[in-house]
Ligand binder design. Structure first.
Ligand SMILES: [Zn+2]
Length: 186
């Protein structure tokens, strides 16, 4: 495990400047097939949980695939079966990454429109395939300051959220691939 001492923008730095890159659970690891447990609200502001969030962010920052920024990371992928995921901030780049934290998310589908896109995942390294997702969703969640939000997402962010939410339900993109012939090395 690599431990980095790292200062970064205040929005991301809540309690700690010491972070660790976490191990990634790969497809076949049973934790990826479990339904993750809610985060007790009383735990959100705890030093331990805030440190875990910092470690998830550092892990997502350190795992760009083929030079691309990781779009999202869910807790089961770092071996913790708990209901939290990260999604890249709009405008983030691999040179200047940034992630938003979504705790205890609940999805409501707000459209019948489906979009097809190519997806890959840190837990299925080097392979990806085509998946259909809803083009718009509403998400209720808590942020890392314990504040509740309700927000509409569309386009690529709606897709990222559905992919990460599936991780909390024990579902991988490969379960939803439109046609196995679209699965390729990437
Ligand atoms: Zn994934």
């Amino acid at each position: 495990m690599v431990v980095l001492i790292f200062q970064y923008e205040p929005l991301l730095c809540y309690h700690s400047i010491t972070m660790a890159v976490l191990d990634i659970a790969l497809m076949g690891n049973p934790i990826l097939r479990q339904k993750a447990q809610p985060v007790p609200t009383d735990d959100i502001k705890s030093k331990q949980f805030q440190q875990f969030l910092d470690d998830m962010i550092e892990t997502a920052c350190q795992k760009p695939e083929a030079g691309y920024l990781t779009a999202g990371l869910a807790a089961p992928q770092v071996n913790k079966s708990t209901r939290v995921f990260l999604i890249m901030k709009p405008g983030a780049t691999s040179a200047n990454p940034g992630f938003n934290v979504y705790i205890n998310p609940e999805i409501e589908i707000t459209t019948n429109e489906l979009v097809t896109g190519f997806e890959s995942c840190l837990s299925t390294p080097s392979i990806g395939g085509e998946v259909k997702r809803y083009s718009e969703i509403e998400l209720k969640y808590q942020d890392r300051k314990e504040i509740s939000h309700k927000e509409i997402f569309s386009g690529e962010f709606a897709v990222y959220i559905q992919h990460e939410y599936d991780h909390l339900e024990g579902i991988l993109w490969i379960d939803k691939v439109t046609d196995t012939k679209t699965i390729t090395y990437c």
